[in-house]
Design a protein around this ligand. Sequence first.
Ligand SMILES: NC(=O)c1ccc[n+]([C@@H]2O[C@H](COP(=O)([O-])OP(=O)(O)OC[C@H]3O[C@@H](n4cnc5c(N)ncnc54)[C@H](OP(=O)(O)O)[C@@H]3O)[C@@H](O)[C@H]2O)c1
Length: 262
Amino acid sequence: MSSSIDKQVILITGATAGIGFDTAVYLAADSAKNHVIMGARSAAKGEAKVKDVQAKSPKGTVSFVIVDQNDDESISAAVKQIEQEFGRLDVLVNNAGVAPEPTGKVWTTRKHLRTIFETNVFGPTILTEAALPLLKHSKNAMVINVTSGLGSIAGLDTNLDSNSPLLPFQGVLGPGYRMSKAALNTLTAYQHLHLHKDGVKTWAYCPGYVVTDLTADRDSRMAEPWCESSETSAQGILDIVHGERDAEVGKFVTKRGGAYPW
Ligand SMILES: NC(=O)c1ccc[n+]([C@@H]2O[C@H](COP(=O)([O-])OP(=O)(O)OC[C@H]3O[C@@H](n4cnc5c(N)ncnc54)[C@H](OP(=O)(O)O)[C@@H]3O)[C@@H](O)[C@H]2O)c1
């Protein structure tokens, strides 16, 4: 894999499904200079998903690394493997996330909260810190934290402007998921404050409301005309990697331009 060292080395967590998989497809297809590392929770899944991307004959190259966001040893081992294989990381897409709260209910449980925060908050925090030495070796380091409009605290304002794009999501239930994405947004602002001077660019990126297996309502989502394909989310990440959102670094950006209030 040493030939990949001259390439833009990109790690996408949760690349085995949904937005992460589509992002791997888009970034691998985009350029012969891209090497995409797909984060997977098992070798079997990683190998299968790498083959799925390769079957599309991308210009770039692709491999996988086992990384479970809920497991520090897995994170350390993944970073060590990337260091040994590439010596550098150019783009980290902190995409893996879960939303296991029961939908349509106002309650949640400690178990749900722990799972959500382990995956959506602790994982990207620890992984980014572990990967920082590799990111600092890049000439154009980027960290893209995949968040959600549901993480906007401003979006919960009872006096929210009637024209706000966050208004349709105001009543969405699930405090754990919403809190986790607000925490990820805080992480983004913190990373921007502390890492920008080292040349590491950070965004909180909302991929929009798209059809995936994140929640148990895939079928009903597909029936909603405003719920889009997760390929639109991948396109937004590609735009960031292309440098088209550099003017909005450190912000809570949406996929087709513009930013949400924190
Ligand atoms: N879908 C939407 O409308 C929407 C909207 C706003 C934000 N988002 C955010 O977008 C991101 C991707 O969501 P998605 O909709 O694509 O969900 P998805 O289809 O359920 O995919 C989630 C991915 O995360 C992986 N994952 C789950 N737990 C993990 C862990 N502990 N360690 C490592 N990987 C783990 C899954 O791996 P396995 O294949 O092993 O399960 C899978 O690859 C999430 O952060 C989500 O919050 C989604």
